[in-house]
Design a binder for this molecule. Structure first.
Ligand code: ADP
Ligand code: ADP
Length: 229
């Protein structure tokens, strides 16, 4: 479903590519961790899949579509298929929990009826029933990230892309968020998570794609974070 072929990205003000010669296939329904030190290229891969950044050379196809030749309208429909989750949540502070999730559907033109039925269902699924009227600043970090995840899944994406989603959370909350991603994945959604969270990656026994200096140095089906363990 996601197919990188010898893909490289050189940011315009740089001499070294952020990722080089990446060949990587991710099938529908997979759960994949991108791991590696800071600066390894994890975020860049995520941005390339979302087509927030464009490749310098090589190719990325999503469901057979070449991302480098999308027209504006195709770009929007591509992004609709992807739910993004961020380390810093990126919620709208002036909107309530309900409104934050509803807004994700409003901007893609979904009907008020659909919004009224989906938003409460998704909030219940992430464990936020009863918090609809709260504002982000009234929530804990773990709860804010649950809103972030609700907003990502409410549009029934094919793929969830999460960049350090537990980076600002304590251990317990981080685990709960990982369990939520696992539940989402069990429903068939492809989940890709860039993370430093060694102990979680070890424990989850999912596919691990390890990056260093922009290169894939390891790709294991039931991987761990590093060889040392
Ligand atoms: P990671 O997510 O693993 O920390 P990144 O993909 O953010 O790695 O970064 C990979 C390399 O690309 C780093 O050297 C980083 O400094 C560089 N980089 C990332 N984003 C940009 C950008 N917008 N402009 C220039 N260089 C960037
Ligand atoms: P429906 O058939 O009405 O979509 P579902 O039981 O499939 O009902 O979904 C119930 C809710 O869960 C819906 O609001 C939907 O947006 C959300 N949902 C659908 N797919 C997923 C998924 N893979 N992970 C998490 N939530 C999902």
């Amino acid at each position: 479903m996601i197919d990188f072929k010898q893909a490289s990205k050189l940011y315009s003000n740089r001499t070294q590519p952020a990722v080089s010669n990446i060949s990587l296939q991710v099938d529908r329904g997979e759960f994949v961790f991108f791991v590696g030190p800071s600066g390894a290229g994890k975020s860049t891969l995520i941005k390339l899949i979302f087509r927030e950044q464009a490749l310098t050379s090589g190719e990325i196809k999503i469901e057979g579509r070449d991302l480098s030749i999308l027209k504006e309208s195709e770009l929007l429909s591509h992004r609709r298929k992807i739910g993004m989750v961020f380390q810093d949540y990126r919620l709208l502070k002036q909107k309530t929990v309900y409104e934050n999730v509803a807004f994700a559907l409003e901007v893609i033109g979904r009907s008020p009826e659909e919004i009224r039925s989906k938003v409460p269902a998704v909030l219940a699924e992430v464990g936020l029933a009863g918090k609809e009227k709260a504002f982000p600043t009234e929530l804990s970090g773990g709860e804010q990230q649950r809103v972030g995840i609700a907003r990502a899944i409410v549009k029934d994406p094919l793929i969830i892309l999460a960049d350090e989603p537990t980076g600002n959370l304590d251990r317990d909350n981080a685990w709960q968020i990982m369990e939520l991603f696992e539940a989402i994945n069990r429903r068939g959604t492809t989940v890709i998570i860039a993370t430093h969270a060694l102990d979680m990656v070890e424990h989850m026994k999912k596919r691990v794609v390890a990056l260093e200096n922009g290169l894939i140095i390891r790709d294991e089906r039931q991987g761990s974070y590093s060889y040392e363990h």
